[in-house]
Design a protein around this ligand. Structure first.
Ligand code: ADE
Length: 252
């Protein structure tokens, strides 16, 4: 039976989805718990990848090899790199690059050696559907006034963006590093630590992939504090609210 995989790096990003799978079967493979059940009318497998590209690649490989997934959706948080990507906004990935891939001078900087490419696109149809779902969820409002005030977010101003997301094995937590990324890769909207790895594994297997990231911090000197607050208080609600709408659009 083919399933839709839902992946996050950390528990607070997926807590509300996992809470909606109370009767689920659990299978442990490669030290990860794969939770199988029905969510919003679809057979799903939900899993926490843990943090970083290798952890994400292992998780994606096990999902595809062992759990018969027909599509993979990643949800979580990211640091905003482009000025437009503000805390509380949602970025739906059109594609991913590894900002820490550099085998130069053997291969061009950022190119994944022997793939002849640095950019891994997400599935266009799923990405369009995820963008619509995020727009609908934000239009309805995911947070209440108290949460918005706590996060320092203006009411009714959150936006959905679609574009390039960078991944690397580094939590970007200085303004200097964030500016370096922006200068080197000006089309990048956000930075996180897993998406490009999942995109590459899904490319290898020909499995459609889509990803959404809520901006938790600005990848600057305050990133650490902003990230922790956002992830604990609100990240899981963004994932559940947007994915519930996305699943409602998926064919059975
Ligand atoms: N995920 C959320 N914020 C991040 C940051 N600043 N750097 C890397 N990954 C992140």
């Amino acid at each position: 039976m083919s399933r839709i995989a839902i992946v996050s790096a950390m528990h607070p990003e997926l807590a509300a989805v996992l809470a909606g799978l109370p009767q689920a079967q659990k299978h442990t493979v490669a030290g990860r718990e794969f939770v199988l059940g029905r969510w919003h009318g679809h057979e799903v497998v939900a899993v926490l990848s843990r943090i970083g590209k290798v952890a994400a690649a292992t998780t994606a490989t096990v999902l595809i090899e062992r759990f018969d997934v027909r599509q993979v959706v990643f949800t979580g948080v990211a640091g905003g790199v482009a000025p437009v990507a503000k805390v509380g906004d949602v970025v739906v990935a059109s594609g991913f690059m590894q900002h820490d891939m550099d085998a130069s001078p053997l291969f061009p900087v950022y190119e994944v050696p022997l793939y002849g490419r640095s950019h891994f696109a997400t599935d266009a149809r799923l990405t369009a559907q995820l963008t619509q779902a995020a727009q609908a969820a934000l239009a309805q409002g995911i947070l209440d006034a108290a949460d918005l005030a706590e996060m320092g977010m203006p009411v009714g101003r959150t936006q959905v963006h679609q574009g390039l997301i960078l991944s690397g094995d580094r939590f970007v937590s200085t303004r200097a590093e964030s500016q370096r990324l922006q200068q080197a890769l000006p089309e990048a909207l956000a930075v996180e630590m897993e998406g490009a790895a999942v995109a590459q594994v899904c490319h290898d297997y020909g499995v459609p992939f889509a990803a959404l990231r809520t901006i938790s911090d600005r990848a600057d000197d305050d990133a650490h504090a902003d990230f922790l607050k956002f992830v604990e208080r609100v990240a899981s609600r963004y994932s559940a609210a947007i994915l519930a709408r996305f699943f409602a659009q998926q064919p059975h």
